[in-house]
Design a protein around this ligand. Structure first.
Ligand SMILES: [Zn+2]
Ligand SMILES: [Zn+2]
Length: 300
């Protein structure tokens, strides 16, 4: 197997793109694809300050690294969820990565903000840890970005994540979620920062190969609370289809993006400001403040 660009030994075959590549040209291929995605969907500009939520996993590290390499103004934000050894490891790997590549990372501790770690809060609220975690992350990433003058939050969602979410939403006809799932979510409120997914057209396998070749030391374990089961089944099903017909995931997701742009304009959700924290919500008091009240933690 030879690299299609230089003829040297190829390390990976990308059937969806009908191409085999050596290490050097895989790196170039991925970075160019991210750049093209950014341009095609007008995700970000060079004059915007971009915040990348960094978990310590390959996709978020890749996002931070690639955006920086492409000349964008990026800083990372790591939220320590307080999930024992897993969170310690994640924070350590994130910090090591930042210092190795001279990137700026901010760290927040959920325990300091809520008075409880995520698992403790979930237990107290009798809610699944993942739903508490998702809520805390969404809220804090936006709040941190807004308060520190970032114009964009760029997450590390890859093609497999996005195609699986889309398929799952369609299987259950979650219309609200389908409308809100996009590669770019423009700000619909002054305190709601724009969100983009620059890696959304890069597959899980491509992302893993990129991190591996670059020699990134990322956290490989899944969060011990990961619900996984359903989303893993859906990812496996998509991989089976991809195996039979390479490019399925890309066609599925890109086709959706083209239609979604039209649909979104029709249905804008009306947002008000939370009576406690002032951040946008569809209710009187936002879900984050509701959770804090139920936990009895101090509100600043
Ligand atoms: Zn090559
Ligand atoms: Zn609130």
């Amino acid at each position: 197997m030879k690299c299609k660009i230089c003829g040297n030994r190829a390390v990976i075959k990308l059937r969806a793109h009908n191409i085999s590549l050596c290490e050097e040209h895989l790196i170039e291929f991925i970075e160019r694809r991210v750049e093209r995605t950014i341009k095609e969907f007008r995700l970000i500009n060079k004059d915007e300050k971009i915040l990348v939520p960094v978990s310590g996993g390959k996709d978020s590290l890749n996002t931070l690294f690639i955006l920086n390499a492409l000349g964008y103004m990026v800083e990372g934000l790591h939220i320590n969820l307080g999930i024992g050894k897993y969170s310690e490891e994640s924070q350590k790997k994130t910090e090591n990565f930042a210092s190795r590549y001279n990137l700026k990372i901010h760290i927040l501790q959920v325990k300091e903000i809520l008075g409880y770690s995520t698992p403790e809060a979930a237990k107290k609220l009798r809610r699944p840890a993942c739903s508490v975690c998702g809520l805390v992350k969404r809220y804090l990433f936006n709040k941190f970005a807004y308060e520190n003058n970032f114009q964009v939050v760029a997450t590390g969602h890859n093609l497999d994540d996005e195609a699986a979410t889309l398929l799952s939403n369609i299987l259950n006809w979650q219309e609200g979620y389908i409308i809100r799932q996009n590669i770019k979510m423009d700000s619909t409120h002054p305190k709601l920062v724009k969100k983009v997914k620059p890696l959304a057209l890069i597959s899980e396998r491509e992302s893993a190969a990129y991190a591996l070749i670059r020699g990134f030391d990322y956290i490989r374990e899944e969060c011990p609370f990961a619900q996984g089961a359903t989303s893993i089944q859906i990812k496996n099903s998509l991989n089976m289809l991809e195996e039979e017909s390479p490019g399925t995931k890309l066609r599925f997701y890109k086709g959706f993006l083209k239609q979604n742009i039209i649909k979104r304009e029709e249905k804008e959700i009306k947002l008000k400001e939370c009576k406690i924290c002032g951040y946008p919500t569809t209710r009187d008091i936002c879900t984050f403040c509701t959770m804090r009240e139920r936990l009895g933690s101090k509100i600043d």
